[in-house]
Design a protein around this ligand. Structure first.
Ligand code: AMP
Ligand code: MG
Length: 484
């Protein structure tokens, strides 16, 4: 494995050098072969499960690996925590994947660091498997996301209300630079480090900005904002609820990261929230765009001193950009929903069609994923079309009339709808059920079978039907917890 670590060269303020704390009895539970192929590490590690367990538990650092815990802070539920940082994670290096893209390799649950505060630096097995399932699902839904390379059990217990088995999960992300990383230096008035961080972030994620070097920090803000809008729209396409969109969990690369209390919406309702700690619904499904705007405003504040030395002039440059957020979001959001309905281009009358459908779904308590799948299939299935007319009333014929107006061949419409509407998502009850099975039996089969289906979310495999059902209580009592 060839490691490098560009982050180390940014300076001592950016991280703490700390190595993982060895665990008693590391055993490889999951290995992501496809991702390992991408990173070209299958050959060097061959089928040596013992070595993989050593490396990806943190018991042994691979050659060239340099282990660091990154500094960052963040607004948690709207309140600033000036000092967070990797409290249970070790960035062991960066690698180039097959496409020459640089990725971070990070162990999580690998022991305490100087940023641990009261935490034990460890991770329970349940949340580690959850992160593996959810990130794999997101990846194959074609949504930007970090991924998991390995889950290793530690042979040790962690205390989370009761004793639970421990694990280390290896996360692969295009970087771990967060809005909270910028905040860390901004609130300390460390302009030199802020400048270094900006340059590093531009080189790593938005090198094209270097070609037009007028006000790079402003261009950077614009790019990050666009990425975040695209991300939240993609989440909303499949019903994903992140659950804890604190600024320390928002990457500037625009990837989904930190899968703690995330969940999937079943019945369409913008107020859906499952996270036990989100009592105010701050991170409810339909509030995610508002929070993205709030988070981008925090990033803008950090960049202000770099945008212009004069605060007033800086604000005069930033405000018009932030003002474009809602229009940019609406445009992207309605275009996404139009594609879900087979409309390649959105017209003003499509807006009413979309809002009527959402209203209809909410009032009739219809399942988001199932309904869009049925609409797709109804294009060439008269019985289903009749069922949907009963379910949705006049709306159905109005929609078909909109489709007819596009004069697009029905086959092409169906192709567009098929790739916009997954036939299967990682439904909460199935995630919980396979997690339980894996934890109780130590067998990975239930998770592997589920993953086989989740890796083809736009096609019906023979086993897909096992995971398409809605839960009997419609998740009325479902709750998720922060993945500690
Ligand atoms: P999260 O809610 O996972 O985004 O974590 C928020 C902060 O708490 C981050 O700084 C984490 O590193 C830290 N943290 C979470 N769990 C633990 C733990 N078990 N031990 C130490 N730090 C933790
Ligand atoms: Mg976090």
């Amino acid at each position: 494995m060839k490691f490098s670590n560009s982050y180390i060269h940014l300076g001592a303020a950016f991280y703490q050098r700390v190595i993982p704390t060895p665990v008693a009895n590391p055993e490889l539970l999951f290995w992501n072969t496809q991702l390992a192929d991408n990173l070209q590490i299958n050959e060097s590690l061959a089928s040596d499960a013992r070595l993989k367990a050593q490396y990806f538990s943190g018991n042994q650092l691979p050659e060239n690996a340099e282990s660091i815990a990154l500094a960052y802070c963040g607004h948690q539920f709207g309140h600033l925590s000036p000092q967070l940082g990797d409290g249970r994670a070790h960035l062991i290096g960066e690698m180039l994947d097959k496409n020459n893209q640089r990725v971070d390799i990070q162990l999580k649950g690998s022991g305490p660091t100087p940023f641990s505060r009261q935490g034990d630096g460890r991770c329970a097995l349940g949340p580690a498997i959850r992160e593996y399932i959810m990130s794999e699902a997101m990846y194959f839904l074609a949504i930007p996301t970090s991924r998991c390379l390995a889950v290793v059990t530690t042979g040790e217990s962690v205390y989370r209300e009761t004793l639970k088995p421990g694990a280390v999960v290896t996360r692969v992300a295009s970087s771990h630079i967060r809005v909270g990383t910028f905040q860390y230096f901004a609130i300390r008035n460390d302009i030199a480090s802020l400048t270094t961080l900006l340059e590093h972030s531009i080189n790593r994620h938005f090198p094209e900005i270097n070609n037009t070097p007028t006000n790079k920090p402003l261009q950077f803000l614009e790019r990050v904002m666009t990425k975040q809008i695209e991300l939240v729209v993609e989440w909303m396409r499949v019903g994903f609820i992140h659950g804890v969109m604190n600024t320390d969990n928002v990457t500037i690369s625009g990837e989904t990261i930190d899968f703690g209390p995330c969940s999937m919406m079943g019945i369409y309702d913008p107020n859906t929230v499952y996270s036990a700690i989100d009592t105010q619904g701050r991170y409810a499904f339909g509030n995610q765009p508002n929070i993205t705007f709030w988070n981008m405003t925090r990033l803008a504040e950090c960049l202000l001193p770099l945008i212009n030395q004069d605060e007033k002039e800086g604000i005069a440059l930033v405000e018009p950009l932030l003002m474009t957020f809602s229009q940019q979001f609406e445009q992207a959001y309605f275009s996404m929903l139009a594609r879900k309905l087979g409309l390649p281009k959105i017209t003003p009358s499509d807006h009413a069609l979309i809002t009527d459908l959402l209203e209809n779904m909410k009032n009739k308590k219809l399942d988001y994923t199932q309904l869009f799948t049925e609409l797709t299939q109804s294009l060439d299935n008269t019985n289903l079309a009749n069922d949907l007319k009963d379910k949705l009333g006049d709306w159905y014929d109005t929609w078909r009339a909109h489709l007819a107006q596009t004069q697009v061949d029905i086959k092409i419409t169906k192709t567009l709808m098929k790739k916009s509407n997954p036939v299967v998502i990682p439904r909460n009850h199935h995630v919980e059920s396979v997690l339980k099975s894996c934890q109780e039996t130590g067998e990975t089969k239930a998770v592997d079978d589920f993953l086989t289906v989740l890796r083809s979310p736009y096609d019906e495999l023979t086993t897909t039907k096992n995971y398409q059902d809605t839960p009997s209580d419609h998740d009325r009592h479902y709750q998720t917890f922060c993945g500690t």
